[in-house]
Design a protein around this ligand. Sequence first.
Ligand SMILES: [Zn+2]
Length: 412
Amino acid sequence: MIQDTNDNASNDQQLNPATHPSNSLDWLSRLIAFDTVSRHSNLALIHDVRAYCEQLGLTVDLSFNEAKTKANLFVTVPAGENADQINNGLVLSGHTDVVPVDGQDWTSEPFTATIRGDKLYGRGACDMKGFIACALTILPQAVQLSNSGQLRRPLHLALSFDEEVGCLGAPLILADLKARGITPDYCIVGEPTNMAMVVAHKGIAVYRCRVHGKSAHSSLIGQGVNAISYASKLVGYVDTLAEELSTRDDNDALFTVPYSTLSVGTIHGGTATNIVPNLCEFTFDYRNLPHMTQDDILAPIQAKVAELNAQMQARAPETGIELMQEESVPAMTDNNSAELQSLIAALTGDDERHKVAYATEGGQFTNAGIPTIICGPGSIEQAHKADEYVELIEIERCDGFLQKLLDSCTAK
Ligand SMILES: [Zn+2]
């Protein structure tokens, strides 16, 4: 880490795993120096963390993307008398990728951690290398407790790739755990919450709708099928559904927007005013409350598409509507996490539960049956922006939290 702008010495450190940091701020600086923007490889970071874990005597599991340019890392500090117990346990989970800095106006170099005042600046400072830094810092102590037989609950670390581009990495970790018969008791996702406990979030599904009509001169509309007109019927239907969602009586007041939402975001169509358009395309997203599924909304829209398709094809068989899902991240439910919530509330002395609208890998963990909460340093307000920062006090608070969590893993 450096104070204000200065030369960056961490490149040398990256080549020498013997000199890994021993505190969270140094770890955070080291992690920020790896440019792990989602479109790039994260392997340099992963191999650095792997070297660190192996030096601690741990066995590391990597799972790769198809092109082998990115990897997830999963490592367990075992528990039990013989220190071979790796089932159950507590997962600390974080994504290693960060969002791009293109076009953003940064005061200091985004991939060089810089402390100004009481904040540390750098891409990933809060989202979410801060949490990973704290988790890596406490690892040697966990290993020590494991070696001396005092660790009663295994501690796992799960680092993923491609979270920011649709949560693509975490499912591979979960599939691996399933194949290995490992069922963690709990998971904590360290996305930035200012160390508050987030117990649920909405799911997100993004759809693209392509309406294929038939061109004709606008003076001869009987010969055409107007793609924009049919698209607008469907847009109108999506808006009607959105209206219905907002007035359901099973809404959840703990969310800022207490109901599931549907929103049309883009629309393109037509070439000239005097041509009946043969193509119109629009996108919409659906953000569902955890108790609603993505099918709840898809089924009525598909039925409407079928109805409109029949009308269009009666006029010209080559026309019709394509509906495609572009992205889908499941909601995180608090249905199975009461015990974990009590544990966290007892450790932090803060009983308050929050629910948020942004999606994380937490939904994938709860979908896999692993009770999960989100709790991490920094604020989501600073995520993805120029001059992303984390307050130093937040890193301290996260260190304190993980210490208590580790202590709870040694309790009889
Ligand atoms: Zn994040």
